[in-house]
Design a protein around this ligand. Structure first.
Ligand SMILES: [Zn+2]
Ligand SMILES: [Zn+2]
Length: 265
């Protein structure tokens, strides 16, 4: 609990995070300024469309910031291991710390992470047990925001009525076509790039596997998850309330599932 900030000092990672933040900032400023507010003032679109866009944008940046700065599941120096679970722990041969099985040592971060999925340069952090839910939300809201941006760009160009009051003195209106093309290009790259990643993530959660486990398993093992999908998603998000799976403004609580209930130990 509390606002604990987990920082990974990696220049390449910071560059990747900056690119993502720039794309978010560009579209969050550009789409409302050039498309949504002017068309709302001329009563071409309802206010709900603007509210929806800002809400998706807010969820997107919140999940990005939280996934980047959250502790992914670093293990304490001297973990308190329940006696009944001792045989399910092992020692890491890189940092010599005890860790539960399904943990992995991240060479980029320099420590072990519980139920590590992968190290993601785009958030400059590991994706592990404690921030996997935020990473899934980030994938979802990035897809949604990119889709809305592409949709509004399309509508602006082909569908919406032309504006009667165009503020020619503003930069965005003087360079409208160029800004529209940049936004569309970024939207296509983000939507297309994130689509494969998001699909892979959802497949992994359904199969109750991490990306690392999937890469080191054969197909037979991948298909043997016996848990229903509601259970595997509930464990990742820390709640059985499906509506909460979409909310990044909350604290995740661990579901009471011990490590030995996992299939892949
Ligand atoms: Zn380690
Ligand atoms: Zn890492």
């Amino acid at each position: 609990m509390g606002l604990q900030i987990h920082l990974v000092y990696d220049l390449q990672g910071w560059c990747c995070v900056s690119i993502i933040t720039f794309v978010w900032l560009y579209n969050t400023l550009y789409v409302p300024k050039l498309i949504l507010f002017p068309h709302y003032e001329e009563q071409h679109i309802p206010a709900a469309v603007i509210v929806l866009y800002y809400m998706v944008s807010l969820c997107c940046i919140t999940s990005l910031v939280r996934a980047s700065f959250a502790d992914p599941g670093q293990l304490p120096q001297d973990p308190d291991i329940p006696y009944s679970e001792r045989q399910l722990w092992e020692i890491c041969n890189k940092c010599n710390k005890m860790r539960p099985k399904r943990s992995h040592h991240c060479s980029r971060c320099g420590h072990c992470v519980r139920k590590m999925d992968h190290h993601c340069p785009w958030i400059n952090n590991c994706v592990g047990e404690d921030n996997h839910w935020l990473f899934l939300q980030l994938c979802f809201y990035t897809e949604l925001l990119s889709f809305l941006t592409l949709l509004f760009n399309f509508c602006q160009y082909y569908y919406l009525e032309p504006l009667t009051k165009v503020k020619e003195e503003l930069f965005v209106f003087r360079h409208e076509l160029a800004m529209l093309r940049i936004s569309t290009l970024m939207g296509i790259v983000m939507f297309g790039g994130m689509f494969g990643l998001f699909y892979g993530q959802l497949s992994n959660v359904i199969a109750d596997m991490t990306t690392i486990e999937r890469m080191s398993s054969n197909l037979d093992e991948m298909l043997k998850s016996s848990k229903p999908w509601q259970q595997t998603f509930s464990e990742v998000f820390g709640t059985r309330w499906k509506i909460l799976w979409f909310i990044p403004f909350r604290q995740r609580q661990q579901l009471r599932v011990s490590y030995h209930h996992a299939n892949h130990v």
